[in-house]
Design a protein around this ligand. Structure first.
Ligand code: DCP
Ligand code: MG
Length: 368
């Protein structure tokens, strides 16, 4: 039995072979066949996903399309149709919200839900999961797998446990045993690098992790050590967080020592701009307002902003504006301890509306 946490009812729902199932639904001639959604085999593209028939040949997401073609020459390659995937994603989102507004999407095809309190006062989370799977099938002709448990970690591993079209429940009293047997490669939040590190230490399943002290885990894995300590005991207190509309996106850095030299300052700002550009691309957004933040050695903090007509997202567009803004500060005359920049007044990259600007937390602890 898991101690120290009030019992919540958490679901994780994840669509099966999402893009590929949609293609097989819309093009019946593709059903029952190994199909690959992604780049063409003669390109440098990769597999976005593939049908379960294709998985039998060892094909998986992120594999080079040329490699996938060698593994299964008869596989049919299909280019992605993102607008269709987005609209199905909205359909399943609408179904989730019929039950609870505590919905946290992780990507187009998966979400956490906290149904401890729900709009129909249904006491059983398992019944809700069943109903959601049925509604998804009725409305989209697609299958989803669901996991039901007392926290996000367990719900996520549960949904993955019996794919496709699965429904796995991990009750509180089975949580610790379930994790004890679970290979660390299946741990939600353990990426390839961390898993390899664990393997080198002889940590293969949850039970091995549980044999390590908190101190030792923190020594080995830093901040994530405490998470592993808790998880191996079935404890995960992270709340389900609803998607938030992002208002700005920025990066800042506190310098190792205070600086005054303009070329160094500009070099750092260039790096920050590149990071901002990267994040803007990832979230598919652009911004109209650029803000520069400067904290002087005496902790005085100022910001200077400029707004342009056309939304921007690239380093090339950001840097001239940042240079102008820097001219309105004491940079070069007063030592600086922190530099930052952000873009706000955000719009989405494809249709210049505010749609699709949901902030999704990243879950791989290698990035923490
Ligand atoms: N996706 C992608 N590139 C990746 C991983 C995923 O483009 N490296 C896309 C295609 C998938 C969708 O995201 O269809 C959902 O990802 P999942 O990891 O949930 O994979 P699937 O839904 O395709 O399969 P599964 O049944 O294993 O969930
Ligand atoms: Mg999926």
């Amino acid at each position: 039995m898991v101690q120290n946490q009030s019992i919540r009812k958490i679901l994780h729902v994840d669509m099966d072979a999402f893009y590929a199932s949609i293609e097989q639904r819309d093009f019946p001639e593709l059903r029952g066949k190994p199909i690959i959604v992604g780049g063409r085999p003669d390109s440098r593209g990769v597999v976005a996903t593939c049908s379960y028939e294709a998985r039998e040949f060892g094909i998986h997401s992120a594999m080079a399309s040329s490699h996938a073609h060698r593994l299964c020459p008869q596989a049919v390659f299909v280019p992605p149709r993102f607008h269709v995937y987005r609209s199905v994603s909205q359909q399943i989102g609408t179904i989730f919200h019929q039950y609870s507004d505590l919905v946290e999407p992780l990507s187009l095809d998966e979400a956490f839900m906290d149904v401890t309190e729900n709009k129909f006062n249904i006491p059983s989370a398992t019944i809700i999961a069943k109903e959601i799977k049925e509604k998804i099938f009725r409305e989209t002709q697609l299958t989803a797998s669901a996991g039901v448990s007392i926290n996000k970690f367990l719900a996520k591993v549960a949904s993955d446990f019996n794919k496709p079209d699965g429904l796995t429940v991990i009750p509180p009293r089975q949580a610790v045993d379930f994790i004890a047997k679970l290979p660390v490669t299946k741990f939600f939040g353990v990426g390839r690098v961390t898993a390899e590190k664990m393997h080198r230490l002889g940590i293969r399943v949850g039970e091995d992790l549980r044999n390590y002290s908190l101190n030792r885990l923190t020594e080995i894995f830093g901040k994530s050590g405490e998470f592993f300590y808790q998880i191996s005991r079935g404890i995960d207190l992270r709340p389900v967080e609803t998607a938030r509309i992002r208002k700005s996106l920025g990066k800042e850095v506190t310098l190792e020592k205070d600086i005054e030299e303009m070329p160094v300052i500009l070099g750092i700002l260039q790096e920050l701009a590149e990071q901002v550009e990267h994040s803007m691309k990832k979230h598919e957004i652009k911004g109209k307002t650029v803000t520069l933040k400067v904290k002087y050695h005496d902790f005085r903090s100022i910001t200077r902003s400029v707004t342009v007509d056309k939304p921007i997202a690239t380093t090339q567009m950001i840097m001239p504006l940042i240079r102008d803004l820097l001219g309105k500060t004491d940079a070069g005359r007063t030592k600086i301890r922190l530099l930052g920049m952000s873009l706000s007044n955000l719009v989405s990259q494809d249709d210049d509306s505010r749609k699709g600007q949901y902030f999704q937390p990243e879950f791989d602890f290698e990035f923490l």
